[in-house]
Design a protein around this ligand. Sequence first.
Ligand code: CO
Length: 145
Amino acid sequence: MKSFFITVLVLVIIGFGAYAIMHKPSAMPPAPAPTPESAIPSPAATPAPTPPQHALPSSVPSSVTVNIQNFSYAPSTLTVKPGTTVTWINNDTVPHTVTSNSGSMLKSPTLSPGQSFSFTFPTIGSFAYHCAFHSMMKGMVVVQQ
Ligand code: CO
């Protein structure tokens, strides 16, 4: 009877020991796990959504096309923001140019039918231009914020 009681006591002690051992390792992993988890998302998540949001609005008005057809520029007057690249496409049957009236940097080579010319306007201002071959062909690019 006495030995049975001791056996039960030993089993209870062993059982408690096993319980304590099994719960010790399980308590260890959760502690280090949240540390790297919380450290990784905060630096990675903060800069990631920021650049795409800023890149989208600035890239939207960066490129505009002017069609050259029937001895005219369409649209003849174009309003853009600074940094916009304007591309003239000669869809006419004869050569034309895009030549600044004031002698600024806006000066294309001769554009044969099918050829195009691009110019990026870095600063605000009004840029009047014409065709070097046909003085009645006139156009204007207004660059403003
Ligand atoms: Co012309």
